[in-house]
Design a protein around this ligand. Structure first.
Ligand SMILES: NC(=O)c1ccc[n+]([C@@H]2O[C@H](COP(=O)([O-])OP(=O)(O)OC[C@H]3O[C@@H](n4cnc5c(N)ncnc54)[C@H](O)[C@@H]3O)[C@@H](O)[C@H]2O)c1
Length: 270
C-alpha cells in the first residue's frame, strides 16, 4: 500500500524499540504514506534497541524521552513543532510495561510499587501526553491521536495480569480526554485493540504463543499482524476518518465478537 494519504502531515511516534515493534511498522508505513515524524523512546530503549536504524531508513529524528516525565514529553512536543515549523497532525502512543509481568508476580499477589510503575508507564503516560498536547495547543485541527490496547481490558486473560487494568484505564483516558479534545480542538482520540502480536512487550506475557494460536483459530480473518495494525493506524491518521473519536477499535480479525469457532469445536469434539 503506497497511497500518499499522509502527504504533508507531521507527527510523533512513541515506542519503536526494534523491528518487531508495532510502532516501528507504523513508522515505516507512515513514511511510505508520505508523512513526516519524530521518533521517541526511553533513553534505555534507545541504547538497547535499534531505533537509530529506523530513523536513518525513514529520514527522521530521534528524541530521547521518558513518557512518564512531563518535562521530557513537553520537550518532545516543542521540538516536534520546531522541526516541522507547524502544529502536529498525528501522535502514536505505543508504550506498555508491567514490572509484575516482567518479574512473574501473579495477579493475586501483586507488588503495589511495581503496579504503580507499570500503571504510570502504560496508562497515565497517555494522560500526560494528551495534557501536554492540549495545554500547548500543539495539535492541528482534525489531528488524530492513537494509543494501543488489548482485549484483556474487557475480558479475562489471566496471564495478562495488571496490564489488563492498565489497558482498561488507558481506554477510559482516550474517551474522557477525547471528549475535551474533540469539543475544544476538533482532534480525534482513539485506542486500537490489537490482536496478540510477537514483539518484545508481547513476549513478556506468559503463554503468548498459546494466546496467539487460540486467537488465530477463533478469528474468522485470522490474527492481525503488526504490519496490518500499522496500516489501520495510517487510516486513523488520515483525513478519511475525521469523525471517528472516543472509540476503542477492535483490530483483531473478528476475534472479539466470536463465541466459539468451528476449529475450536473440532478440537474439543465428541
Ligand atoms: N504485542 C502484543 O501482543 C500487543 C497486543 C495489543 C496491544 N499491544 C500494545 O502495543 C503497544 C506497543 O507494544 P509492542 O507490542 O509493539 O512492544 P514493544 O516492546 O516493541 O513496545 C513497547 C515500547 O514501550 C516503550 N516504553 C516502555 N517504557 C517506556 C517509558 N517509560 N517511556 C517511553 N517508552 C517506554 C519501550 O521502550 C518499547 O519501545 C503497547 O501499548 C502494547 O501493550 C501489544
Amino acid at each position: 500500500m503506497s497511497h500518499k494519504i499522509l502527504k504533508g502531515k507531521n507527527g510523533i511516534i512513541f515506542g519503536a524499540l526494534d523491528n518487531s515493534s508495532i510502532a516501528w511498522k507504523t513508522a515505516e508505513a507512515v513514511h511510505k504514506s508520505g508523512g513526516n515524524f519524530i521518533l521517541t523512546n526511553a533513553p534505555v530503549a534507545i541504547r538497547m534497541g535499534s531505533i537509530n536504524e529506523l530513523a536513518k531508513q525513514t529520514n527522521s529524528r530521534v528524541i530521547s524521552a521518558d513518557a512518564t516525565n512531563i518535562d521530557d514529553i513537553s520537550m518532545v512536543v516543542l521540538e516536534a513543532q520546531n522541526t516541522f515549523g507547524a502544529k502536529i497532525d498525528f501522535v502514536l502512543h505505543s508504550i506498555g510495561m508491567s514490572v509484575n509481568v516482567r518479574k512473574g508476580k501473579k495477579y493475586t499477589e501483586l507488588n503495589y510499587d511495581w503496579l504503580t510503575k507499570g500503571w504510570d508507564v502504560s496508562a497515565v503516560s497517555f494522560h500526560k501526553l494528551l495534557q501536554v498536547l492540549y495545554k500547548n495547543d500543539a495539535m492541528k485541527q482534525w489531528g488524530s491521536i492513537v494509543a494501543l490496547s488489548y482485549i484483556a481490558s474487557q475480558r479475562v486473560f489471566p496471564n495478562y495480569n495488571d496490564m489488563a487494568d492498565n489497558k482498561a484505564y488507558l481506554e477510559s483516558i482516550a474517551r474522557s480526554f477525547g471528549y475535551f479534545f474533540g469539543k475544544e480542538k476538533k482532534v480525534r482520540v482513539n485506542t486500537i485493540s490489537q490482536s496478540p502480536t510477537i514483539t518484545t512487550a508481547g513476549k513478556g506475557v506468559e503463554g503468548l504463543k498459546t494466546f496467539l494460536n487460540y486467537a488465530e483459530k477463533m478469528s474468522p480473518l485470522g490474527n492481525a499482524s503488526a504490519e496490518d495494525c500499522a496500516n489501520y493506524i495510517i487510516s486513523l491518521f488520515s483525513d478519511y476518518t475525521k469523525k471517528v473519536s472516543l472509540q476503542n477499535l477492535y483490530h483483531d480479525g473478528g476475534f472479539s465478537n466470536v463465541g466459539i469457532s468451528q476449529e475450536i469445536i473440532k478440537m474439543f469434539g465428541d
